[in-house]
Design a protein around this ligand. Structure first.
Ligand code: ATP
Ligand code: MG
Length: 384
């Protein structure tokens, strides 16, 4: 990507405002009062499990799906009833559907030709876009003569050439193999740094979300579960659902009993042992049970003979990850069964069936309401 396609002036105004947006299919409501402001130039990622409504919301932004209720504004204008081509957006899909009988050049130019843009202007825009995306060498080829990543770049070029106010991407990389996906993810990040076009990007790949997003919108069953920077969402998940969804390997979530406070700390007791928590960090409010969340990286081998509590069990599985191993331990046939995982340097790996004991870093403990899953962390509580 060598050159930057300049933005025209009116593109600078491209904020998106979603106010109480609803989607119903017949009797079934699949999107509930969706509220979101996407700032000009922002890169927002919709993340969430399959069926949570990501594509539906994106398609409503694009105008490919009717909005059942609420207001959608793009660049300060209410666009609920505006057809897609008048919204100033360009969308890139997972199956990029290039025209197989046309050259790359004609594929890219197609939308502009339809709009009767003069040939000289089409030529100069094709040059800019293909320079930016490194496609100059492929303009005369047919899509079948390109790799998957090159085809995806053509699809992006086709969207870019319209110099949209807003880019919408729906899982654009999920058809590519892992290596190419990584490569294209970096290209999309660079493209956004260069063009700064307001972007909404749908994925269910949390790695993509964490690395691309200014802000992540985490969706569940057609509702926003949390909106925040990748770091906020990772460090301060608002619910057990978010905590379990973000982070690899996933956070351990364990239901624990709360013992009465003693010596300024509270002991939580569960099937694998205990953890000490600072009651000032959490709204415990006399609860008898809570859900504890602790990431595998925040469990350390106990060197203090259980004085700070700890979790123990027999090693059930060791997953070698290179520098680290993920050790899953538990009580086979124990009362709750189940396992808990800890990440540790490979050099210190235990062996299968060893008895191991880990303590939780008290600064990294999360607690959630056992019924609603809401975080009990007090606002403003520092981490680290
Ligand atoms: N045309 C339709 N009629 C009825 N229900 C639909 C229709 N399209 C989507 N849905 C439902 O709306 C919900 C949201 O679907 P959507 O495609 O937005 O999910 P998604 O988050 O994009 O999932 P995925 O990650 O699998 O692409 C799903 O429960 C789906 O079954
Ligand atoms: Mg989808």
């Amino acid at each position: 990507m060598s050159r930057v396609v300049p933005l025209s002036k009116d593109q600078k105004m491209s904020a998106i405002r979603c106010h109480h947006i609803i989607k119903r299919y017949g009797e079934t409501q699949v999107v509930h009062e969706f509220d979101l402001d996407v700032a000009d130039n922002e890169f927002v990622v919709f993340l969430g499990p399959s069926g949570c409504g990501k594509s539906t919301i994106l398609r409503m932004l694009a105008g490919l799906e009717d909005i059942s209720g609420g207001d959608l504004h793009i660049a300060g204008r209410r666009v609920n009833d505006l057809p897609p081509q008048e919204r100033g957006i360009a969308m890139v899909f997972q199956n990029y559907a290039l025209y197989p009988h046309m050259t790359v050049r004609d594929n890219i130019a197609f939308g502009l030709k339809r709009l009767k843009v003069p040939k000289a202007e089409i030529d100069s825009r094709i040059k800019e876009v293909s320079d930016t995306l490194g496609l100059e060498r492929y303009l005369q080829r047919k899509p079948a003569e390109l790799s998957g990543g090159q085809q995806q770049r053509v699809a992006i070029a086709r969207a870019m050439i319209k110099t949209p106010k807003v880019f919408l991407f729906d899982e654009p990389l999920s058809n590519l193999d892992a290596k190419l996906r990584n490569h294209m993810r970096i290209e999309i990040a660079k493209l956004h740094q260069a063009l700064k076009t307001t972007t909404v990007y749908v994925t269910h790949d949390q790695h993509e979300a964490m690395t691309l997003a200014d802000r992540i919108v985490l969706l569940r069953d057609g509702r926003i579960e949390q909106v925040g920077s990748p770091r906020e969402i990772f460090e301060r998940p608002r619910s057990a659902f978010v905590a379990g969804f973000i982070g690899t390997p996933p956070m351990n979530l364990l239901d624990m009993w709360v013992e009465p406070p003693a010596d300024g700390h509270v002991v939580l007791r569960g099937p694998f042992g205990t953890v000490h928590v600072d009651p000032r960090r959490f709204a415990l409010d006399g609860r008898a049970r809570v859900t504890l969340g602790i990431r595998p990286a925040h469990l350390q081998v106990d060197t203090n003979e259980g004085r700070d509590g700890g979790f123990s069990g027999e090693v059930q599985l060791i997953e070698y990850l290179g520098n680290e191993v993920l050790v899953s331990f538990g009580q086979s046939g124990g009362e709750d069964g189940g396992e808990i995982s800890a990440l540790m340097p490979s050099a210190q790996s235990p062996r299968m069936h060893d008895l191991v004991r880990f303590v939780a870093d008290p600064q990294q403990v999360h607690l959630f309401d056992i019924d609603t899953g809401a975080s009990l962390l007090h606002a403003g509580t520092p981490f680290h």
